[in-house]
Write a protein that binds this ligand. Sequence first.
Ligand SMILES: *Cc1c(COP(=O)(O)O)cnc(C)c1O
Length: 405
Amino acid sequence: MSKPIPFDLSKATELLDEYGSPLYVYDEKGIRENARELKTAFEWAKGYKNYFAVKATPTPIILSILHEEGMGFDCSSKAELEMVKRIGVPGEDIIFTSNNTAKEDFELAIELGATVNIDDLTQVDVFMEALGDKTLRRACVRFNPGNELGGNELIGLPADAKYGMRKDQLPEAYKKMSAANIESFGIHTMVVSNMLESEYFAKTAQLLLDAKELVEEGAGIKIASLNLGGGVGIPYDGEDPFNLKELSDQLQKVLKSTDTDLHTEYGRWVTGPHGYLLTKVRYVMEKHKSYIGVDASMHNLMRPGMYGAYHHITVLGKSDNGSKNYDVVGSLCENNDKFAIDRALPDVEPGDIMVMHDVGAHGHAMGFNYNGLLRSAEVLLKADGTSELMRRAETLDDYFATLVW
Ligand SMILES: *Cc1c(COP(=O)(O)O)cnc(C)c1O
């Protein structure tokens, strides 16, 4: 299997010389193309907007590009709300979906005029207290269809998931909120992650539509928007790519008789394939198994260690057809600090540049500092071939900044 890369060996060498190794590189052209493809696919849908899940790639320059392309943002925390506020995103383009939510987080979301999406009955009350006699443009409730739907590996069965209210709890939630100054209501659900089959989303849309009817009858309010959340997958391991056209056609069928707006929160699908982690080979080691040690570690990319996730690896300047199997490892004191296990790779030498593919979402964002390891810089590769620093690498001073000596 080979996967395309929007730069060559000399460009990668130049980038690492300029910004340091390891390095995250994002392809602006690819990200913009995906944003446009999404918009085109859902042209038929009334009020369609994708609220990009900020947690996937919380990097302001990328978020600004997506806002230019017409996207809104799904924020899950105060930091994410503050980030989109600082890049000038208006409240109508923000959804605040959190769970186990602190009152002060509701307060900030309300202050920004975001759509507040509520996860549980307990938090309806707290949200109402935070709102007081202020007016909010839209509130939303997260629905969990439980056993009405199967799940998948990454997010588990809906009935086991901590997110969202049961169907029987929904009317009460909206009835309570109908006493406040809320101008309109939406309903939300998200039950899968990295799903490559479109029928699953069509089934979810049908369940959401059923829930909407129950709520409208039971609470005497009108639902103005259906939000299908995120969860559209990307072919990490060379699977067939997600068929957006098929999803769009199926949703159009399910939603044909409703006049509600359609919203989604796709994160991974938008930026995932257009981020690359560049890392240099430090050592090739023969132990009980053969290892390639690189200068990135699991703290730069947690998905393989956390989920056993596959990320394709290319060695720049060498053929993709490997002759021998290696584990590709970082330097964290954790044996699951492996980017690949028993992966057939070409013969490499110290100094070779490896590229980990499909890290543009839930990649750098999931980084951490265990073992005192520092997070890398993030760079944007622009359409004209130039590059722009979007986040510098962390330094030891950053790591020590919160300590009391
Ligand atoms: C994580 C998340 C998303 C984005 O999921 P992707 O897999 O990146 O599409 C969207 N909405 C909510 C509420 C989420 O928690």
